[in-house]
Every structure is written in structure tokens, then in C-alpha cells.
Design a protein around this ligand. Structure first.
Ligand code: GDP
Length: 528
């Protein structure tokens, strides 16, 4: 294996998907703890709080107790480099989450053992399914009264149409939760209660009949464990790596993130079975990670990540090659060469200069707005990576500056925010207002707060009569012109100058589609 292939095969780039409150933050923190990226449990939140204290717009996030911005955390464990991409759980920010999911190779789905599959779990899972993404499942909070594990497996299988197989089996639940039997490695792992201790590596057993189990567990618990495992092995197919990699089967781990329980097994599973960086589709060809030339795609832009650095960070997934600091890469959209003199990587909440990185890694590129979502950087080839969608907004409001003299400033702020991908911004063909479109209504508040603090423009959003927007296209310029002339009052442009049709209601949209069969209406737009 070449050194490049070796480095790439050690990488696991993944995201955690869950419904709010299932325990994603807690699990993330424990994963980082195992990876040595943070010293103390609680540090993710603690640092987060001190950082947030400086940043006013994050007040919204703090007040609502939701995590708005996603970030990247890199840590090493078991000779594996993990890149964990954080995704905001609140449904108002799902667009960002969708894009983040285009930059990972696998996912961990966290489920609350008492609640099972919830609405947001299902939505996010569907995004993973669109990409045939392999998914691990972690059933959390087994230290509380939970649903019966058979029930949970059944629900995952039925409601997600996914083959399930347990990777571990819980011994009791709630107060009686003693630990798990690791079905892949034949180990008994007991939970050390209370102190938040990291459980040890477990007791190696010669299968479930090993008399060690009788010594270590109360008689009724061993009997139940043997009976249940026997049953579940009869009900569920054995783990099949190929089926998992194709996104058809999920191994299910039971645990308690808050007690560090089950986290190590999850990490070993990811290290052993989760895919290393996968080939990425581009317009003209598949790009394989161990190609010698570097290429990458920007999937997220974030402004004001750290008040000490007043710049924007473009998050780029490296799709191929061995990246080194100081490289000159071609920005394919503009044809300009960019010097990578201070790329950053993210260790827990800290950022550090990245001296080198490999395909599958995520690097942050500070810039002043040259980089947009969907942009490719390469060592010269004109690659266009595909598959990063921009969603049609479901809520459209007018943005108005409180001070009319600040209209220009507001326009600039909105343009930047649109480029960042945080919202859609449309300039109607008639009138002077900006129309801002979002996927969830809470985003308006976050935007108003950001524009006030980052751009010093006081802004308010006003209801509109608009229902939805579609990007429109026609092969024939004349067809487009006819459509435009007939619908002038509903036409606009997005920040890239692409034509948009803004419908007043579903009927208006249907009518336009019927009357103009030559026009293609797109609900999503591939970033160009
Ligand atoms: P997120 O919204 O998915 O990020 O969820 P959090 O990690 O913030 O967890 C939500 C709540 O569940 C918090 O109060 C956690 O302390 C609690 N929690 C997380 N994991 C566990 C667990 O394993 N057991 C119990 N009992 N509570 C947990």
C-alpha cells in the first residue's frame, strides 16, 4: 500500500444524526474524550459557553438551547483518524445538515431508548439513504427506563426499512442496567455507575455459555441474556459488512453516553467497519481518494466562527490526494490560483494551522468571500463536484433595514449570507426589496441577529404573500423570455444571477407550470 493509500484508509469521516435531546452532544463529548481531544467531560459545552459569551448572535442559540452552527472535530483513536462533522439538530437548520451529510462517508444514528425513531431521526436518515450511506445505530439512555430492545430493533427495521442486527445486547435497563454483551467480540462489558468512569475493555468470554458470565452477573440476568440473545440471533440476520456498506443494514449498539457506556465499542466498530473516504462524483468522472493530485469541494461557509478571527471559513472536504500547507490550488469557478498559506483543522473546539491533510479530511480555508458552497479547488484540473444541493425555501419574507439609508449595507450583508448558504436571497425584478427565503422560520431571527451584530445593520423581516420559489430554466432563450414577460411580477434573481419564480400559492405555481411546459422548475439547485 502506498503511504497515501495507507493514510486514507485510516480515515473515518462521519456525522451523528439524531432528534434533538437524544444525546448527540453528550455522545460527541464522550467520543472526543476517548480520542484524547478533550481532557474533561463537559469541556465541549464549557468551552462553547465561553466562546458564545463573546458572540451576540449566538444568543439565539443559547436562549433556545439549540446548536445552530455545525463544526468539525478531528481526533485519533485506535490508529484511526476520525473526522466528526457536527450537524445542527433543530429542524429549522436542516439545510446545513443536509450539506454536511454530503461531506461524510458514514453516519451514526443516535436514538433515545425510551423514544425510538423520532421525526428528525427519520428525516435525516432519509438523506443518508439518498446517498446509500452506511449507518451505525446507537440506542442511548439505557440507564433509564427504555423500551424493550426487541421493540426498538423492530421499529428501526419497520419504520426505516432497514435490516438491523444487534452489535451488543443490553443487560437490564434503567436502574437495573448492568452493561452489555458485545456480540461481535464476545465480551462482557459492565457499567461502572455514578462516577462517569470509562469502563474497561470488558471481560473476554468464550461465547454466552462461558461460566464467567454466571460468576459476574446475577443468575436471573444471565438467564435472560442467554434467552434474549438466542432469540435475537434467530430473528435478525448476522452482520454483513457488504450490506452495511451499501446502506442496507445497520448494526445496533446499546449504551449510555452519559456514563461513557458503549462509546468504546462504537468507536471500535467505526474503526473496523465504517468506510474510509469514498470516491466522489464529479461532472465528468469519479474522483478516487488516492489519486496523487489534490482536489476538494466546499460544502459549507461559516462567518464569524471566532470573534478573534473576523473572517469567513470555507469548509472543504478533500476528495483526493495529500494536501500540504502552502500549496497553490486552482479555484475552478474563477480560474484563479489560491495560495493555501493558512488552512486550518479543528481539534475539538480549537482551530490549528493544518500542515498537511489527506483525502477525507476537512480543512477550513479562511477567505474574504472568494469561496462559495459547491466550489472546487484542484491542482489544475477543471473538476466540478456534484451532489451539493441548495433547497427551495419554504418561508419567504422581505428584509427591510430600520434605517432606509442602510439599504446598500443590507444588500451586501444579504449577498454574503446567501453565498455562505445560510439563506436564499432573491432580488425581485420589480421593486427594491430583498426577499429572503429559509427552510425553517426560526432562521429569520438568527439572521436578523447576525446582520445586526456582524454587519451593524438593524433589520426586520416582514411577511409576504409569497408561498415558495423555484429556480427556472429553459433550453430555449425565447421560451424563457416569454415566461419572464408573462410573469414579470413574480420573477427575480438569486445571488448568483440565476432566475427564480416566486409563487403566491400552490395554484399559482401549478398554473405557471401548466402554461409554460418548456420551462423547467427546480426545487433544488446544484451549487455552481
Ligand atoms: P442532543 O440534543 O441530542 O445534543 O442531546 P444532549 O446530549 O444535549 O442530551 C440531552 C439530555 O439527555 C441531556 O440532559 C443529557 O444529560 C441527557 N443524556 C444524554 N445521554 C444520556 C444517557 O446516556 N443517559 C441519561 N440518563 N441521560 C442522558
Amino acid at each position: 500500500m502506498s503511504p497515501l493509500t495507507d493514510e486514507i484508509s485510516k480515515r473515518r469521516t462521519f456525522a451523528i444524526i439524531s432528534h434533538p435531546d437524544a444525546g448527540k452532544t453528550t455522545l460527541t463529548e464522550k467520543l472526543l474524550l476517548f480520542g484524547g481531544a478533550i481532557q474533561l467531560a463537559g469541556a465541549v459545552k464549557a468551552r462553547g459557553d465561553s466562546r458564545r459569551a463573546h458572540s451576540d448572535w449566538m444568543k439565539v442559540e443559547r436562549e433556545r438551547g439549540i446548536s445552530v452552527a455545525s463544526s468539525v472535530m478531528t481526533f485519533d483513536y485506535l490508529n484511526t483518524t476520525f473526522n466528526l462533522l457536527d450537524t445542527p439538530g433543530h429542524e429549522d437548520f436542516s439545510e446545513d445538515t443536509y450539506r454536511t451529510l454530503t461531506a461524510v462517508d458514514s453516519a451514526v444514528m443516535v436514538i433515545d431508548g425510551a423514544k425510538g425513531i423520532e421525526s428528525q431521526t427519520r428525516k435525516l436518515f432519509e438523506v443518508c439513504r439518498l446517498r446509500d450511506m452506511p449507518v451505525f445505530t446507537f440506542v442511548n439512555k439505557m440507564d433509564r427506563e427504555s423500551r424493550d430492545p426487541f421493540d426498538i430493533l423492530d421499529e428501526i427495521e419497520q419504520s426505516l426499512a432497514l435490516d438491523v442486527t444487534p452489535a451488543s445486547w443490553p443487560i437490564g435497563m434503567g436502574r437495573e442496567f448492568l452493561g452489555c454483551y458485545d456480540l461481535f467480540r464476545d465480551r462482557l462489558i459492565l457499567m461502572a455507575r455514578g462516577k462517569g468512569d470509562v469502563p474497561d475493555d470488558g471481560v473476554v468470554c468464550e461465547g454466552l455459555d462461558d461460566p464467567k458470565l454466571d460468576q459476574l452477573l446475577p443468575a436471573h440476568a444471565v438467564a435472560k441474556l442467554r434467552e434474549e440473545v438466542d432469540m435475537v440471533r434467530g430473528l435478525c440476520p448476522p452482520f454483513n459488512t457488504q450490506s452495511y456498506l451499501e446502506g442496507h443494514m445497520t448494526p445496533v449498539y446499546f449504551g449510555s453516553a452519559i456514563n461513557n457506556f458503549g462509546v468504546r465499542e462504537l468507536l471500535s466498530g467505526l474503526s473496523e467497519t465504517a468506510p474510509s473516504p469514498r470516491p466522489q462524483p464529479s461532472r465528468d468522472r469519479m474522483v478516487v481518494p488516492d489519486e496523487s493530485k489534490v482536489s476538494g469541494v466546499v460544502f459549507k461557509i461559516q462567518a464569524n466562527m471566532d470573534p478573534k478571527h473576523r473572517d469567513r471559513i470555507a469548509f472543504m472536504r478533500l476528495c483526493s490526494g495529500h494536501f500540504r500547507r502552502g500549496m497553490k490550488l486552482k479555484h475552478v469557478r474563477s480560474g484563479k490560483i489560491m495560495n493555501m498559506h493558512n488552512p486550518v483543522m479543528f481539534l475539538a473546539q480549537d482551530r490549528e494551522v493544518a500542515e498537511e491533510a489527506f483525502a477525507g479530511d476537512i480543512i477550513g480555508i479562511p477567505n474574504h468571500g472568494q469561496l462559495r458552497i459547491g466550489d472546487t479547488l484542484s491542482e489544475g484540473e477543471d473538476l466540478y463536484f456534484t451532489g451539493i444541493p441548495s433547497f427551495a425555501p419554504e418561508y419567504l419574507q422581505k428584509a427591510r433595514p430600520d434605517d432606509p439609508l442602510k439599504a446598500k449595507h443590507l444588500g451586501r450583508a444579504l449577498q454574503q449570507i446567501a453565498e455562505e448558504g445560510a439563506a436564499r436571497v432573491f432580488k425581485p425584478a420589480l421593486g427594491a426589496d430583498w426577499i429572503v427565503g429559509v427552510v425553517g422560520p426560526l432562521q429569520f431571527e438568527v439572521l436578523a441577529d447576525r446582520i445586526r451584530t456582524e454587519y451593524e445593520v438593524s433589520v426586520h423581516f416582514e411577511q409576504t404573500e409569497l408561498y415558495t420559489a423555484r429556480w427556472v430554466e429553459a433550453v430555449d432563450d425565447r421560451a424563457m423570455k416569454a415566461f419572464f414577460d408573462a410573469n414579470r411580477a413574480a420573477m427575480g434573481e438569486d445571488h448568483d444571477g440565476a432566475s427564480v419564480f416566486m409563487a403566491r400559492n400552490a395554484w399559482h405555481l401549478n398554473k405557471a407550470q401548466e402554461d409554460f411546459p418548456d420551462i423547467v422548475f427546480h426545487k433544488t439547485k446544484e451549487q455552481t
